[in-house]
Design a protein around this ligand. Structure first.
Ligand SMILES: *Cc1c(COP(=O)(O)O)cnc(C)c1O
Length: 222
């Protein structure tokens, strides 16, 4: 067993069946990612669109590629033909562009709304009120080629486990309050290498794990 295979195995055994594992492969070369593929992993997450597109071209086509990073509207076209799920959608403008590009390829693109849960000042993510407004807006309901499937959140980058848990609990209760109103919201994407066990305790259905599978990255990208 190579390291990646062993790491994957250990993480999988700690996940329950209802939690989907996204293997975050950003900055890692195809040769390393193929070790995870050969160990059965089929969902990979990247945070740069061009890097993801290049990997998509060079790798087996049964991989489901998730865009987990911030998306600039003008770059949606580089992934619209293959991306499976976009995690960090936080504006109507972006949703409209995803819909437009998806139509060109006769596809539907799955999306999650990114909710701002971290205390630290972050430019990205919706507050709860704006997320509700977006879900209720007729303009969003009229989009035929996007499926909003759930919510995504990123906790504050801190060693304070209690704070991280509190932030996860906050998005989980927001999720629970709204799942019945919007039955298509089924995915709660929270949890990374350092905090995924807490995230699962708090109701995560999708974890995004990079360094615990592939090892530390050369440069520190969150
Ligand atoms: C990089 C990244 C991850 C994975 O981080 P690790 O700590 O390496 O597991 C998860 N989510 C997002 C949005 C990321 O950018």
């Amino acid at each position: 067993m190579n390291d990646i295979e062993r790491n994957l195995h250990n993480i999988r055994t700690s996940l329950t069946n209802d939690v989907t594992l996204v293997a975050v492969s950003k900055t890692k070369p195809v040769s390393e990612i193929m070790k995870a593929y050969d160990a059965g992993q089929r969902i990979f997450g990247e945070n740069k669109i061009q890097e993801m597109a290049k990997k998509w071209e060079n790798m087996p086509k049964d991989i489901r590629w998730h865009m987990i990073g911030h998306v600039q509207t003008n770059k949606v076209k580089y992934m619209a033909h293959f991306v499976d799920l976009i995690h960090a959608v936080d504006s109507l403008k972006l949703l409209k562009e995803i819909d437009k590009q998806a139509k060109k390829h006769n596809r539907t693109i799955n999306c999650l709304l990114q909710i701002k849960i971290a205390e630290e000042e972050s430019k990205f993510g919706l507050n709860e009120e704006d997320a509700i407004a977006l879900l209720n807006s007729q303009e969003v309901k009229d989009l035929t080629n996007v499926h909003i499937q759930g919510l995504m959140g990123m906790a504050t980058f801190t060693n304070d486990q209690n704070q991280v848990k509190a932030e996860f609990q906050k998005i989980k209760s927001f999720f629970d309050q709204n799942v019945s109103k919007y039955p298509k919201l089924k995915i709660l994407s929270i949890g990374m290498s350092g905090d995924y066990k807490d995230a699962i305790d708090c109701g995560s259905t999708m974890v995004r794990i990079g360094s615990s599978i592939f090892g530390a990255r050369n440069y520190n990208l969150r």
